[in-house]
Structure formats: C-alpha cells, structure tokens
Design a protein around this ligand. Structure first.
Ligand SMILES: Cc1cc2nc3c(=O)[nH]c(=O)nc-3n(C[C@H](O)[C@H](O)[C@H](O)COP(=O)(O)O)c2cc1C
Length: 207
C-alpha cells in the first residue's frame, strides 16, 4: 500500500496542494490548501471560514488531495474554479483533478473550530486532522509543492544584490528576507531552516 512518503512528502512539512471537494448540489470544487504531512497516512490543515472548501469538508468529512505543479490550476482554482471537465468522479461520490501527478482520498478523523479575535474582527478556523485512505500515482516521480526552496532561492538573489543597492533598497530587501524567513520556518524542513539561518548569519557578518 502506498504511503504519503511514496508521493515525496516528508513528515512535518507543509505542501501546497489542491483540495477537491463536493458541493451540496453534487458539483466539484477545487481550491489550493496547505496540507501538513503528519505521518505516513495522516495530514492536518486549517480552513478559514468563508470558502466553499470550508463548508464542503465540514459537511462531507471526505475529500481529495491533489498533488499538482501546474500554475494555471492554482490560478484558476483560487480566482474562480476549474472547469467541470478538469475533474473526474470516482466510485465514492467524490471528484479528483484529472491532471494531478498523484492524488489521495482522505477522511476527517478529528476536527476543531477555533475562534480568533483581533482588531479587524473575529475569525473562525476549522482545524482538520484526516486519515489518508487511497493514494493513486499518475507518474513515477511525484514532486509535492513546498515553498521553502523557492523562498531560499529568492533570499539568496536578494543577498547577492544587497551590497550594490542604496541604503533604502537594502531595507526593502531585508524586509523581504524577513518575510521569506517566516514562510521557510513555517513550511520547511530542519534542513531548509538551517539554510535560512546561514543566510541570516551571513548578513550579521557583513555588519
Ligand atoms: C498556495 C495557497 C495556499 C492556500 N492555503 C489555504 C489554507 O491552507 N487554508 C485556507 O483556508 N485557504 C487557503 N488558501 C486560500 C483558498 O485557496 C482561497 O480562499 C480559495 O479561493 C477558496 O476557494 P473555495 O471558495 O472554492 O473553497 C490558499 C491559497 C493559496 C493560493
């Protein structure tokens, strides 16, 4: 039986995936969602109230996670929705995305609604832990999307320019590197975090 590790996931990392869910009228929906690999057959993710995905996962308790690297699928499913022809239905009344490198069905195993209040208002987040049921690979080598390496490359591009720009621009670059660092520490592995630490150390050494 395939595990999350066989589709390139590592324990503790957050991957940008496309969740496909069933609307109440029986049509499919897709949205990009960050999914944390907790174990070989377990994931955790956070859904913010207001999306169809939030409603659909709460109602159905079952969904598909699609591993995809196509930028157009991310754009279309964020701004609107994928065309119905881009989905395929399964025997269990769900839909996965046809072009996925790999996909798996998962079922909610525990759930929690968390309310958070700040100066902008009250936010409700649905914290979902789910059991991975059936993994299908459509190609031999699957690469789930993790943002850490892209962040590190962007930070290095900034670092390599930081000594040739004005003081004002340097501060802009430092702010960008701070934001990248926040993302890498949220989604990356210990190896990514160590790389980011080295970037900060190189900046400290320059001062
Ligand atoms: C890369 C990426 C990751 C995202 N991750 C999440 C997430 O983890 N949780 C969430 O609630 N929204 C997340 N979003 C935002 C939703 O995808 C977005 O609100 C989407 O429009 C919801 O669509 P829906 O109403 O069809 O469900 C993410 C968006 C992007 C682009």
């Amino acid at each position: 039986m395939l595990s999350l590790y066989s589709v390139g996931m590592e324990k503790g990392l957050l991957y940008e995936t496309i969740l496909s869910t069933l609307n109440s009228d029986g049509t499919p929906n897709a949205a990009p969602i960050g999914v944390i690999c907790k174990d070989d057959h377990e994931i955790v993710f956070y859904l913010h109230k207001g999306s169809k995905t939030f409603d659909n996962v709460r109602r159905e308790k079952s969904f598909y996670v699609n591993i995809i690297n196509d930028p157009m699928v991310f754009v279309e499913s964020t701004i609107g929705n994928l065309d119905n022809e881009e989905f395929q239905s399964d025997e269990e009344n769900g839909f996965f995305v046809k072009s996925a490198e790999a996909f798996f069905r998962a079922e909610v195993s525990s759930e929690k609604l968390v309310h958070r209040k700040d100066h902008l208002g009250t936010f409700t987040t649905y914290v979902v832990r789910a059991k991975v049921l059936r993994i299908v690979k459509n190609q031999e080598h699957v690469i789930p999307l993790n943002r850490a390496i892209y962040g590190i490359i962007e930070a290095l591009v900034h670092i390599s320019r930081i000594n040739i720009v004005s003081e004002e621009e340097k501060n802009v670059y430092l702010d960008r590197i701070s934001e990248i660092s926040r993302v890498v520490n949220k989604v990356g592995s210990p190896h990514h975090k160590m790389a980011m630490k080295k970037i900060w150390e190189s900046l400290d050494n320059q001062e």
